[in-house]
Design a protein around this ligand. Sequence first.
Ligand SMILES: [Zn+2]
Length: 275
Amino acid sequence: MKIRLGPGGIPMCCKGSSTSDGVRKTSEMGLDAMQVAFTHGIYMKLEEAKKLRIVAKEEDVELIVHAPYYINLASEKSEVITASKKRILDTLHRGEAMGATVAVVHAGFYGKDKEKALEMINNACQEISNAIERNGWNIKLGLETMGKQKSFGTLDEIVPISKSIKNVIPYLDVAHIYAGNAGKIDYKEIFDKLKTLKLKKYDSHFSGINFSVVKEGKGNEKNHITLAESKMDFVGFSKEILRRKKDTTLISESPILEQDALVMKGIFEKLGHKF
Ligand SMILES: [Zn+2]
């Protein structure tokens, strides 16, 4: 099994500001994955993405790409849905060009009618999957597990969509799951739920997280914090990953990005894993 670790954006200690500089720095630090964050906008042209592919290959850094936050596939406004699909497709297109394995998406909000929202998100995912197929892309659409009660994205919602629609996979965010459950997480249960999908590899964000409690077992994420500041059991998480013996790529979304990716690497090493 291959475990890859890296920062959720260009490393903070990186002197250069380009994404390629970030990939080189990631590799230099002994990390081998990096998230290209289009979270505040798709800042890269297709040509640059193609060049990035070469650098990532040379440095053996796996890329994943995060779609803009401003997406709602279950909006009441059709123009928002159209714009959301375009943002996702533009992210996928560049992701494919840079050789990214997955494009991570916050799919949307429940709004007034949860059932209808689920149906709309399902339909949009099918359309996006068809586009991936039509274009012959290898990149997957990763639906991120979310940490707010109003956001679509529990594992129980994402697994069936991933099961029925090709090119769609769950993208775990263990901090979000922990926050959404108001401070509870069962790593074994999470990976057990994924079993039915027979995935080639697992993907997850990790970080610590602050949350507010809505009621017993239900919470809303507030902000990401470092592993050291968090009460989450990252050793338990690592142990469960090692037990599953499947390739896994973990992206740090901690406020100290690459430093916590190295902390996580240290945890795996302590557990006897050889990188
Ligand atoms: Zn995210």
